[in-house]
Design a protein around this ligand. Sequence first.
Ligand SMILES: Cc1cc2nc3c(=O)[nH]c(=O)nc-3n(C[C@H](O)[C@H](O)[C@H](O)COP(=O)(O)OP(=O)(O)OC[C@H]3O[C@@H](n4cnc5c(N)ncnc54)[C@H](O)[C@@H]3O)c2cc1C
Length: 638
Amino acid sequence: MSRWDAPGPVLAVVGAGPTGVGVLERLAANAAELAGGGRLTVHLVDPHPPGGGRVWRAAQPSLLWANSLVADVTLLPDPSCTVEGPVGDGVTLAQWIDWVGRHLPDGDPVGEEARRLTPTSFPSRPLVNAYLSWVLAGAVDRLSPWADVVVHPRRAVDVRSDADGAEVALDDGTVLAVDTVLLAQGHLDAGPTAGERALAAAAARHGLTYLPTGYTADVDLAALAPGEDVLVRGAGLAFVDLAVLLTSGRGGRFERDADGVLRYLPSGDEPVLHVGSRRGVPYRAKLAYTWAGPPVPLRFLTPAGIEAAFGATRRLDLQADLGPLLARELAWAHYAELFRAAPERTRLSWDEFAERLAAAGPAAARRLVAAAVPDPADRFDLVALDRPLADRWFPDGDRLQEAVRQHVRADLTRSADPRHSSDAAVFVALLQSFGTIGALLAAGRLTPESESEQLTGWFMNLFSYLASGPPGPRLEELLALSEAGVLRFLGADTQVVLDEEAGLFRARSASTPGETPARALVDARLPRADVTATRDPLVAALLARGDARERVLPDPTAPSGARRTGRLDVDADLRVVRASGLPDPRLLALGAWTSGPQVAGFSRPRTNAPFFRTNDALARRLWHSLAAAGRPVAAEVA
Ligand SMILES: Cc1cc2nc3c(=O)[nH]c(=O)nc-3n(C[C@H](O)[C@H](O)[C@H](O)COP(=O)(O)OP(=O)(O)OC[C@H]3O[C@@H](n4cnc5c(N)ncnc54)[C@H](O)[C@@H]3O)c2cc1C
């Protein structure tokens, strides 16, 4: 075992993905003002190379893309950010591509890709990794007058702290003596749930293949044989990754025919994927254009609107109370942009329409829209958007395939057409609403059930479906796979059972008669974030000793009197809360896996994103506490 002491204050950051890098960047930015006393040592711990970390690591097929447009990603704050620390102009992913990526030498795959990308392309994950690594290198460089950053390519397995300091144990036996630890561990792996274990055992009894939830790039897909029928539960982003790895990843190619239609040329090594989900269709395509705005200000989901509707104190049910307000908000954004950008497609002045829409109940609003917006394609109907196959029945599977393909084609055409900029306004309104809901969560205004179930369930699912779907080119590939017979859609409300008698999985749906039997099933989803189910040794050790706890919400309406959130409990200063209820002043945690601020993905440039505000405030607190640490020097490596 080796022990690593350093003179001066010491910070350990566990997890070197976007969150960890974002905090280091803010530490660097605030150093000139706040660094005092001895030279800081920062230990950056991650088994994956720092910068991209696990999700964005270079060592994964460049076939896997980000589902964010090049133009929509920044890890550096810009002048829109209202933070206390200094901000520069920010270098966005798009600028990095122009200034750095394109000039990488011939033969460097990132350079080759960068030269092909435009602001409305979707970058590969290895290219995003190169940007994140560049941001990290810049932060380390800017920190160098005040701090040394030491990278440990290891997993942290435990943290212990007391009044004198803290120790971080790494999986090679190294112990880092530190003053403060920041856990930025992001997407934690989960052990199988009881249901997954039972299904895996039953599948094994019958010699069937079952691949449970997981991070697709890490799942071993070798068990899925060429030509084999494979049932897939989930039509979101994990499914898109799965389809890519099992088709292009197995040597298949896409080519455009003379009519410009994308065709799939199979390699013969791909299985046949039968995909089903509650909606039965893939997520909506990411918009393929950038929208200059102006964004439509929120009108209903504002503090004043919420107080007018529900008073200032009552706990709110996310789905029952705020769901209808959200639907009104999105409709409002849609029509405000339609009337602004395309008044010739409307029959009233915006002022008159707006006044009547704001006052109307659901039925009156429908009548108003029917009279004022002649083209049904220009009307907003959240229910129909959300469940496109609801109430539709197809006499056979082939007709279902054609209907889903038509749906995807229509979505693709629309998502690339700035004439429908009202969709972009809805997207921005959804992002803004996300902010409002986050603020209500932080203020303790949501009911325990909303916080524990509806937020990650109903709301995030709707958000992801509408606003965080796959890149358009991916949907075009799914269409080509479907035309080639490599991919088949099972329909809405898909159910899969294991038929013990026949020793087969069977899938059926609410969209078409009949069943699809198969010997393989994949659950194409990330595991539910749950700190109590994680295989991460560090988090497990903290919970086992009572040095940390899951955030659990008392709720007299729940059968057990409480609701679990699956998230690590942190206080308002991001200090990890012990089982005793007291925060640990030396142990902090940040990221979507904690009860702190929820950042779902990359920040968009010029949006004063919460990511930067949280990181800046945290970095400043860290400098204050580290500058005051004044630990004795005991430099020794044994
Ligand atoms: C498959 C996938 C695709 C995504 N695509 C997009 C996208 O296209 N656009 C978007 O905006 N967002 C996307 N996201 C969301 C993603 O959460 C964020 O982009 C971002 O990666 C979150 O950063 P993070 O640092 O909080 O977590 P992570 O990126 O998960 O990084 C956490 C790091 O902590 C390390 N770690 C964990 N435990 C330990 C330990 N015990 N010791 C040491 N290190 C540890 C991990 O190795 C990892 O590198 C995607 C997420 C996933 C899972």
